[in-house]
Design a protein around this ligand. Sequence first.
Ligand SMILES: *[C@@H]1O[C@H](CO)[C@@H](O)[C@H](O)[C@H]1NC(C)=O
Ligand SMILES: *[C@@H]1O[C@H](CO)[C@@H](O)[C@H](O)[C@H]1NC(C)=O
Length: 248
Amino acid sequence: MEPRKKSDRRPQSLFLSCLAFALCVHLRTVSAGECPADGRTWVPFGDRCYHFVHGEEDKIKSYTFEAALSHCIGFGLLTIHSAEENDFVMRYSPEVWKGGDVNIWLGIEYDIDDDVMKWSNNRSVTFTNWEYSPYPADIPRGDICVALHSISGRWENVSCQDDVENGVVCETAQKAEQPRPKSSAMVSALVILSVVAVVGVSAVIWFLHQKHSFGSTMITAFEYHPPFRVLDSDQSCLVEAEETDTVP
Ligand SMILES: *[C@@H]1O[C@H](CO)[C@@H](O)[C@H](O)[C@H]1NC(C)=O
Ligand SMILES: *[C@@H]1O[C@H](CO)[C@@H](O)[C@H](O)[C@H]1NC(C)=O
């Protein structure tokens, strides 16, 4: 019985793993790039990856600006270049940090030399989403950092030096992988063809196998009954014999 069971499963699992593999290959060729595999959770959005730093049980953990920078060393702090990106951070924050109301450090600083605000990744500041309140004059220009409020989505000027603690999101560009847009259609076609081929072959194998194992169950079912019947009739013979013995 055992060997039959084993071979019974083989075609289906083979088929499933082939399908999974084909899908994986397909997805990898379709997706634009990769997020860092450093054991932390990186969320892809657009062409970038985001890591929302949290404490135990998805609670917000806040850091000073200095601590935030060192937390995202090798990457960068959150930068926002569009309304979509701003919305993404607002939407995703409550999923990571249960219990809302978070200010998040932005990777933006006031450049005194050029008298402008600059993103730490050197991209120019095109999109802004300032708080309605006017510029607070008590912060020296060289000490202006910006925090994004996760519920309103508005940005606020705060001091970089104070012991202000805010939430941290690290950001990095997705690693461009396989920049071959022309061949990707070809690869997709090949993948789909091979999936179809695998499905076809597996279906045939499975069908043949089902037919075969159906036949063998019929045979085993047949073979198993006679011994019981023989035993039954033997026992009834014995009972009869006993009865006849006691009668005289
Ligand atoms: C931004 O530019 C400065 C100099 O202008 C450079 O030192 C720094 O490495 C650049 N940063 C990035 C992330 O490219
Ligand atoms: C924050 O500071 C920048 C640079 O000085 C300024 O352009 C902006 O209006 C300020 N925003 C608020 C809400 O005060």
